[in-house]
Ligand binder design. Structure first.
Ligand code: NOJ
Length: 603
């Protein structure tokens, strides 16, 4: 692994240097499978045979918020079944469901008490079987969220383990004795705040929880645990699901020794991420999982890989990698130097933002055989992308279209977060009591404890609260946006009268209809799906521009992510025909604020 990493890092360095040397406006990266990675001579045009999940569009459903069928204010599986056509119209072929297994919901389902059953709030196993079948009729595969770094503390695996030191599950979690003074074994801070250790009377020991105390970490060093999680995955493969998103996967391997870290805040603790993420040896566990679960199937896996960077990718994705794709977080954290502290943001530039995508695209397409990238700008843990990446005050609809263009025309499988196709923005509720998410409340408290004012702490909440991605789906302009006939578990955002599926379907200029146009375009212009990726104008401060090319055509995508007009060297589109533009006709060489255009040169 180290050797691969070094080779990859060297390649990255060479490519970075070439990037600064190329003065003619763009850099070329070869398509997957081409002979000489990194060479400007390599054919960018090789047409690829793609797997089903590389050609499709994925969509994330936050189950609790998508559609409620029974008026209890909570989204459910029957609700999803009733809205499958919305997804089909968006060209979606894979639907990632956030966890809907039995759970006490301390972290909205990411605390699983029974991997083999559906939480009654969401329905029954029969509903799930029907959902898989109904989705299948529309060419859609269901993707389950596997949460295997931890379980719920109410999972019977844990209750057995916590009951004493000698039962067959006693070593299934991470137990350690207290320090001599009775305090926690290390000074690690959990990702959601507070110590990462919780004391258990029955054992006289602490257990480790990377997230909430209600989410104890499994001990993957124990082969019985590894077998148990493989059995769970097999169960769902047999049900006919199309793949798995694997939660918090970079934390499953713990270091050999548990040592205190240098405190990084006034609480004397150090964030657990820096102590345990991506620990040497993790790939052995993941390789074992992959060969046991995926062999002989056509399912895909996508790992939530916080802590994996572009240079690690060869070990993580591609034919020899442990996953088919991994979500990386370099670009979502571009404005957040320290994940625990939402009050300190940093300035960032568009070239730096673009470079993060380009580095991963270049690595997955150029260096890794069969490497593939999951393109996303939002998920249920992140701010809405319009609020996150565009200048304050950017027009919602124009911004949604500009970012939608990026999402649906980059190389890789696009993952749409529910509501993104309507142009959702962050909520800005006045009080912390209006928010539901436990991590948001903990971040707020952390800020106050660190001495920030209430106003500063709330500003952090408005920027980063996970609730912004979780407000109910807005279907129409009726009460509660057609999400529920009851009282929604989280308020519907107050822009729902204009921003909903029904209104946007009727409005030819809506974000939703722009998504539909892009989906159609991908169908008819395959270079947008299987073509290589070359970044144009990497130093440009306003425009994200790139070429997607196969042996039939070359598409040039130009997106102005600023709220000012932006000029560019039009030679890259001289022979090009405008396929699609957010503002209709476009003058070559000039983009209006937030304008996105796609030109094509056929061969
Ligand atoms: C990542 C998930 O996306 C997030 O929602 C969850 O809170 C943590 N992992 C813990 O499972």
């Amino acid at each position: 692994m180290m050797k691969n990493r070094k080779t990859a890092a060297l390649l990255l360095l060479i490519l970075t240097v070439s990037l600064t040397l190329v003065s003619c406006g763009y850099v070329k990266y070869p398509a997957a499978g081409s002979e000489s990675p990194g060479s400007a001579e390599a054919s960018p045009a090789a047409r690829q045979d793609l797997k089903w999940w590389q050609e499709t569009i994925a969509y994330e459903i936050y189950v609790k918020s998508f559609k409620d069928s029974d008026g209890d204010g909570i989204g459910d599986l029957k609700g999803i079944i009733s809205e499958l056509d919305h997804l089909k119209d968006l060209g979606v072929g894979a639907v990632w469901l956030t966890p809907c297994y039995v759970s006490p919901q301390a972290d909205n389902g990411y605390d699983i008490a029974d991997y083999y059953d559906i939480d009654p709030a969401y329905g029954t196993m029969e509903d799930m079987d029907r959902l898989i079948a109904e989705a299948d009729k529309r060419g859609i595969r269901i993707v389950m969220d596997l949460v295997f770094n931890h379980t719920s503390n109410r999972n019977e695996w844990f209750t057995a383990s916590a009951s004493g030191k000698d039962n067959d599950k006693s070593d299934w979690y991470i137990w350690r004795d207290p320090k001599e003074d009775g305090s926690a074994p290390t000074n690690w801070r959990s990702i959601f705040g507070g110590s990462a250790w919780e004391y258990n009377e029955a054992r006289g020991q602490y257990y480790l929880h990377t997230f909430l105390p209600e989410q104890p970490d499994l001990n993957w060093a124990n082969p019985d645990v590894r077998k148990a999680v493989i059995d769970v995955a097999d169960f769902w493969v047999k049900k006919g699901v199309g793949g798995f998103r694997m939660d918090a996967i970079t934390y499953i391997k713990k270091p050999a020794e548990f040592l205190d870290g240098e405190p990084d805040a006034g609480d004397g603790m150090v964030g657990i991420h820096s102590m345990t993420a991506n620990t040497e040896g993790i790939l052995d566990y993941l390789n074992e999982f992959k060969s046991a679960v995926q062999t002989g199937t056509d399912i895909f896996t996508v790992g939530e890989a916080n802590g994996v960077s572009a240079e690690d990718l060869p070990d993580w994705v591609g034919a020899d990698g442990v996953f088919d794709m991994v979500f990386e977080f370099g670009f979502v954290d571009i404005d957040l130097p320290d994940e625990s502290n939402w009050c300190e943001t940093r300035e960032w530039t568009l070239p730096a933002f673009k470079q993060i995508f380009t580095a991963s695209e270049e690595m997955t397409s150029g260096t890794i055989a069969g490497g593939w990238y999951p393109m996303f700008l939002e998920n249920h843990d992140q701010p809405r992308s319009i609020s996150h990446f565009l200048p304050a005050g950017a027009d919602r609809a124009a911004g949604g279209k500009a970012l939608g263009t990026l999402l649906l025309t980059m190389r890789g499988t696009p993952f749409i977060m529910e509501g993104q196709e309507l142009g959702y923005i962050n909520v800005d509720w006045p009080s912390i009591d209006d928010y539901d998410d436990i991590s948001t409340k903990n971040h707020y408290q952390f800020a106050l404890d660190e001495g920030y004012t209430e106003e500063e702490a709330m500003a952090g909440v408005h920027r980063f609260a996970r609730d912004s991605a979780r407000t109910p789906m807005q279907w129409d302009s009726s009460e509660n946006a057609g999400f529920t006939a009851g009282k929604p578990w989280l308020p519907v955002y107050d822009d729902y009268a204009a921003c909903n599926v029904e209104e946007e379907t009727a409005d030819p200029d809506s974000v939703l209809n722009w998504y539909h146009s892009l989906v159609k375009l991908r169908d008819g212009h395959r270079e947008l799906v299987d073509g290589s990726y070359e970044e144009l104008f990497p130093e440009d401060q306003q425009i994200f521009a790139y070429v997607r090319e196969n042996d039939e055509a070359r598409a040039v995508v130009l997106i102005n992510l600023s709220t000012e007009s932006a000029a560019y060297d039009a030679s890259c589109v001289e022979q090009g025909e405008l396929l699609l533009g957010t503002d209709g006709e476009s003058e070559k060489g000039l983009l209006r604020p937030l304008e996105a255009v796609i030109y094509e040169i056929r061969k």
